[in-house]
Design a protein around this ligand. Structure first.
Ligand SMILES: *Cc1c(COP(=O)(O)O)cnc(C)c1O
Length: 395
């Protein structure tokens, strides 16, 4: 079984990934309790927003109750309406596709690149070039007659998407770019912070992310009017604070000061956590480099600085001897948690029933994938235990 982030695992079990609470969390949260600032307003909310914006090199940040809410707001702010379409990575946690449906729009799933597993910009370009056309100044999907409005590159597993071609595509076809940075805070693309490249970006501070606020999210953008609209929509679209006048339907998507306090304490540890994740990556990759049939995740050296949020390998059954799910079972027998990547979204029953592109690469990556224990606090001895099982199967 998988332990929820935060639950402490029984002794000897190596959990997949649990939060690491090492800094000022107790102190800052106590400060909220002592001062009675517990609800969705307060200095920690402002400070958390400032710190994330500064870290990402962006002008504005709006804290939200979680990353999925951030995506919902970003889509609204980007002008995505009911019956529009939005391109999104198929190999992703389900949140961005669900958020697209919350606004009544439809996802168009784009396959992964085989080397780094991120959205394949060539496939996105091919879809737009061949399956869409301009009609009265708007871009229409020829099959569905719906308008294409935006593209959501999801930077999965701590690694950036190849953004230059995605930005080129967006310019050519007049699409808004919404970066999903939930798994990749701290990652860089050609020395630019991921989350500062598109029009608007979304972050998550769920318990299993690189830094956590015990749940939370953030919308980040350089665009002042987008930021103001995001703030407005997350606070019930309140137009008059005294008379409580609301001209539109908004949402209560604000983050509490207590959670922001936790987020501030965790942000202070971001560099340490990223360094730990990169050390874990290096230790596993070195130990598994001579294990035939096991291919560790890689960094696109020309353009990526990855934070390696979740250490993942591909298992090639015909070389390794058993498949990824059988290896998962062996690890479970040894009290080691592991997990495959998400079912690609074009295969998801939740998103079935409308026109889809083929995405064979993502299907293959998912089939072969296994995420290995990689908590920031994992010890060398624990990594050695995992490696011992993986290598032992071939001996
Ligand atoms: C975790 C995650 C989200 C959503 O974040 P929540 O805070 O759990 O709502 C969105 N996108 C991706 C890719 C994620 O991994």
């Amino acid at each position: 079984m998988l332990y929820e982030p935060g639950a402490s695992a029984p002794r000897n079990i190596i959990p997949l990934s649990v939060p690491e609470i090492q800094g000022n969390e107790w102190r800052y949260i106590k400060e909220c309790l002592d001062t009675n600032w517990v609800s969705p307003a307060g200095q920690f909310v402002d400070r958390f927003e400032r710190e994330v914006a500064d870290r990402v090199n962006s002008k504005h940040a709006i804290a939200t109750v979680n990353g999925t809410a951030a995506l919902h707001i970003a889509l609204l702010v980007a002008g995505v309406d009911a019956d529009d379409e939005v391109l999104v990575s198929t190999l992703s946690f389900i949140a961005p596709a669900n958020a697209i449906r919350y606004v009544g729009a439809w996802p168009v799933f784009i396959d992964s690149d085989p080397d780094h597993w991120q959205m394949d910009s060539n496939k996105a370009m091919e879809f737009l070039d061949k399956q869409c056309q301009w009609q009265d100044g708007v871009l229409i999907n020829k099959t569905t007659s719906r308008q294409i409005k935006a593209i959501i590159p999801v930077h999965i597993l701590g690694h950036p998407c190849d953004m230059d071609p995605i930005i080129d595509i967006a310019r050519k076809y007049n699409l808004k770019v919404i970066e999903d940075v939930a798994e990749s805070l701290g990652a860089k693309y050609k020395n630019r912070m991921v989350g500062s490249i598109g029009d608007i970006s979304c972050f998550s501070f769920n318990g299993n992310k690189v830094v956590t606020a015990a749940g939370g999210g953030m919308v980040v953008t350089d665009n002042k009017s987008m930021a103001e609209r995001a703030r407005y929509l997350t606070t019930q679209a309140k137009d008059d604070e005294v008379e409580y006048i609301h001209n539109e339907i908004g949402y209560n998507y604000r983050l509490t000061n207590i959670q922001a306090a936790m987020g501030c304490a965790q942000m202070e540890q971001l560099d340490d956590k990223v360094n730990a994740k990169r050390r874990i990556f290096a230790a596993y990759s070195e130990a598994l480099s001579n294990c035939p049939g096991i291919t560790p995740m890689r960094e696109a050296e020309e353009w990526a600085f990855s934070v390696y949020w979740m250490y993942t390998v591909l298992v090639e059954e015909n070389i390794y001897g058993i498949d990824s799910r059988a290896l998962m079972a062996r690890l479970t027998d040894a009290s080691i948690q592991s997990r495959p990547l998400w079912q690609p979204l074009h295969c998801s029953p939740a998103h079935a029933g409308w026109v889809q592109n083929d995405c064979p690469i993502a299907e293959k990556i998912c089939r072969n994938s296994l995420c290995l224990p990689c908590s920031v606090g994992i010890t060398e001895g624990e990594i050695a235990r995992v490696v011992h099982i993986i290598k032992g199967i071939r001996e």
